[in-house]
Each structure stands twice: as structure tokens, then as C-alpha cells.
Design a protein around this ligand. Structure first.
Ligand SMILES: CC(C)(COP(=O)(O)OP(=O)(O)OC[C@H]1O[C@@H](n2cnc3c(N)ncnc32)[C@H](O)[C@@H]1OP(=O)(O)O)[C@@H](O)C(=O)NCCC(=O)NCCS
Length: 146
């Protein structure tokens, strides 16, 4: 793993195995763990406490936040914000210009986090999730100051 500019935030290098705690937290937060990261994906971690998984399209200068999660006992202490801001900085340094994400319309704590980090709602996808809930699409310019 490689330490990010922010102390305590690490990036999983290509080819490194997904740590077991990430799989456990993925299951706790989302009900099921995602598969191993693909080549175009990037994962940032605060070890044992939080992860953020992104898909990158370098040719387009775009990246999409696929999942972010903080351990339940560590929520509300600023870790989500530290992690997200560290990702945003490193993606901007890597040449990404536009960042995107989708979030469940009723996920108030995630929406608070995204708004606090400068994300703006730009669209809605009705019935996007398998249970019928709408997704709200958020966007942020990667290099915008925090
Ligand atoms: C969403 C999540 C990542 C937030 O992480 P966190 O570490 O608790 O967030 P932070 O403590 O950094 O808070 C960031 C901002 O969001 C706000 N916030 C976060 N959780 C909140 C809550 N439950 N209620 C109210 N505000 C909340 C904080 O006030 C803070 O704003 P501020 O900096 O202006 O005060 C975390 O709740 C989580 O893992 N949820 C389950 C997984 C999930 O839903 N992920 C998002 C979809 S991919």
C-alpha cells in the first residue's frame, strides 16, 4: 500500500489483495461485498476503519465513486470526510477533472457528507436501485478547493 498525501490514508496498489476487513465492512455497510478491484478501479483506505472505491476513466478525465463506507462505530467523527477529500486531491493530481457518484435519495448521512465535500446534485434516476428507490446523481469538479 502507498500512503496518500493525507496522513493515515492509504491507496491499495494494483494487484494487491483486498484486505479481509474491507470485505467485512463492505458486507456490513452494503449487504454484500463487491468483487476484487478491476484494473480501472482504485481503492483508498483508512486501515480497519474506512474505504472508498472508485472507477476511473483516465482518457475522459472522469472518475466515479462506487462505494464509500466507514465502520459503524467510527462514523460521525470526520473519517468519511478525511477519506473523501484525500481521494479528491489524489484524483485531481492524477489528471481527473470530473467526479461523479450516485446515492440513494434517502441516504441522508451520505448526502450530508457529499454536500460538505462540495458535491452538487445534477440529476435523478427514478427506480434505479433493485428495491425501487431513486438514485440522485452528484458531480464535483476534481480540482475545486475543499
Ligand atoms: C456515509 C458515511 C461514509 C459517512 O462517513 P462519516 O465518517 O460518518 O462522515 P463524517 O463524520 O466525515 O461526516 C461528514 C459530514 O457529513 C455529516 N454527517 C455524516 N454522517 C451524518 C449523520 N448520520 N447525520 C448527520 N450528519 C452526518 C457530518 O455532519 C459532516 O458534515 P460537517 O463536516 O459539515 O460537519 C457513513 O455514514 C457510512 O459508512 N454509511 C454507510 C455506507 C454508505 O451509505 N455509504 C454511502 C453510499 S456509497
Amino acid at each position: 500500500m502507498k500512503e496518500n498525501l493525507a496522513p493515515g490514508v492509504w491507496r491499495l496498489e494494483a494487484g494487491e489483495a483486498l484486505p479481509a476487513w474491507v470485505t467485512r465492512l463492505d458486507r456490513t455497510a452494503f449487504g454484500s461485498p463487491w468483487k476484487a478491484p478491476a484494473d480501472h478501479e482504485a481503492l483508498w483506505l483508512i486501515p480497519e476503519l474506512a474505504f472508498a472505491r472508485w472507477a476511473c476513466i483516465p482518457a475522459a478525465g472522469e472518475a466515479e465513486l462506487l462505494r464509500i463506507a466507514v465502520s459503524p462505530e467510527a462514523r460521525g467523527q470526520g473519517l468519511g470526510r478525511t477519506l473523501l477529500e484525500a481521494c479528491q486531491r489524489e484524483l485531481a493530481d492524477a489528471g481527473m477533472t470530473q467526479l461523479f457518484l450516485e446515492v440513494r435519495a434517502a441516504n441522508a448521512s451520505a448526502i450530508r457528507l457529499y454536500r460538505a465535500c462540495g458535491w452538487k446534485p445534477v440529476g435523478r434516476r427514478p427506480g434505479y436501485y433493485p428495491d425501487g428507490e431513486d438514485a440522485t446523481l452528484y458531480q464535483r469538479t476534481a480540482s475545486e478547493p475543499h
